[in-house]
Design a protein around this ligand. Sequence first.
Ligand code: PEP
Ligand code: MG
Length: 533
Amino acid sequence: MELTGIGVGSQAAVGNVFILRTSDEVFEHRKTTHTPDEEASILGTAIATTAATVREESATADATAQEILDALLIILEDPELQEMAKVHLDEGDDAPTGLFKALDEFAELMGDDEDFQSRVGDLRGIAARISAWTRGLAAGPGIPEKGAWVIVAEDLTPLETSQFGDSVVGVITELGGPTSHTAIICRALGIPALVSAHGAMSLEQDTSVLVDPEGNRAVVGGDISSATTAISFIPQADAPLITVRANIGGLADAEKASETSARGVGLFRTEVLYLSVTTMPSVEEQTALYTDVLKAAPAGKIIIRTIDAGSDKPVPFLDLPEEENPALGVRGFRLAEGHREFQQSQLRAIAEAIEATGRDVGVMAPMVSTVTEVRDFTALCDEAGITQVGIMIETPAIVPVMPDLQGLVSFVSIGTNDLSQYLFAADRMHPRLGALNDPWQPGLLRTVRSIAEAARGLEIPVGVCGESAANPLLSIVFAGLGISSVSVARSAVDDVSTALSAIDTGAAEKAARVALQASTPGEAEAAVRALFS
Ligand code: PEP
Ligand code: MG
């Protein structure tokens, strides 16, 4: 039996299927023989113990998982949640039952708050761990520590991926796309995955399966020798054809990126610093954070992106309103209008950190779609004393007006994750729309070509910092389209650098040409792969 989907990573793996499902006993509603006070104390201890474990897992997780886990901890440790559970304990429920009921009520109270609703699944996951702990059942997903396992699930939450140990060699999910949480985490952890694999949940526990990400497939009983071989690039030059930088979310990422061959940072997602902050930090506090990151970042240029909150990234102190359509709402630079004081303080802090460290830094705004917004941003940067100013190209509307940016920006960077979601009108996190967010989509590649041409007209550098650039073959296509730098997760920096050191301009341009001729993502990928196989 063979499943097809979207491969993540380049190394194949063989392991036994481990279906991730939690025992029904964990979710049972039960009465207790203890007093309500005894159950309240059990619940308090269970929450504290579980929160401590989640905190430990968060410390070693990547920035994206960290931000999600930290947001979950804020809700889990909210005294109001325990107060709500107490009402049920007083009625004779045991601690887990009280917690499950309180979570249901909490979820109802939050109504349509999409940020909260998107966390509810993870919160139930935490409640399940608390229940397992108090009821003496197998805790968590119970992945054996020994052996080689391929985790099979509908989709994975940050809580689940944060529990992966060395025995997890692969992942197959029924849902999810190339920019889904599962894909981003597996890429960061270096675990091969197949996402959007229809039929995954029909795999049987314990059967041996080959995860073949290069072949975009998984094969039951498949042998590692039958895996599609990753193209082995042999470096021909000392340096990649275009600059390869790292994406970071904070100090720990900056330090780890310094251990790779990254030449600087192409995307510092600053919102990660603010995700669990409940009051607006002072300029001094922010300056200290930016100074530490700038000192630790790999040698080379550093591109800092101003806060990109809203949509899927809640920042408590900004008090963001509920949105009917958060991805189309007040997010990215649109926040600057209502939070001018904060935007000014962030830019001032960045300027002071640049001054203190002497690093070569560009600052860019996320999610801009008009020339007016660009003017506004450059005025704010001027006021703060920042000289290298750029924008992200993430909305289709900014592409045709790029010629009007002459003299306003000194660089641009393409965020293919958002650009795909807005070009195709397909939520980048939607578990069923992975194929539309495939970065080999001709609609995306041809738009990248237009952006590169517009940047050439402006005589400014253009980077790509979305997940797409982490694919070595696509990084070559981008180089051939005239992109001047890519910025990728640190786990992908060395592979992308090697691929870009193995080719010359002629080969990159040929790859771009064949990719642009294709009418489907599959044809584009196959045509480029054929050039290097
Ligand atoms: C992007 O949209 O491609 C991007 C790099 O920004 P983020 O993933 O943080 O939205
Ligand atoms: Mg983006």
